[in-house]
Design a protein around this ligand. Structure first.
Ligand SMILES: [Zn+2]
Length: 88
């Protein structure tokens, strides 16, 4: 199973094998900090490959599985469980 890592762009974060376009590397503490202060951002999960996203909207196309339209909102509990399962 390929491992996933964290990426960021402005206030958005992504957890996947591949980053969305123009996202750069991020560290787990940055993601934990974002989870504690989401403001208008929501939590998203790709229902095909379990990539995660924090942002106002999810990517249209998942950068890891390349399927369009698979992101749905998720809970903080599921979000954290998926990180533990897939983190490098
Ligand atoms: Zn995916």
């Amino acid at each position: 199973m390929p491992y996933k890592t964290f990426f960021k762009k402005q206030g958005a974060f992504h957890f996947g094998v591949n980053p969305p376009p123009v996202f750069e590397s991020a560290e787990k503490p940055e993601v934990e900090s974002a989870l504690k202060n989401l403001k208008d951002r929501k939590l998203w999960v790709c229902s095909a490959c379990s990539d995660l996203h924090i942002g106002l909207k999810p990517p249209r196309e998942c950068p890891t599985c390349n399927i369009v339209g698979k992101f749905k909102e998720t809970s903080e509990k599921e979000f954290k469980m998926i990180i533990d399962k897939f983190l490098e």
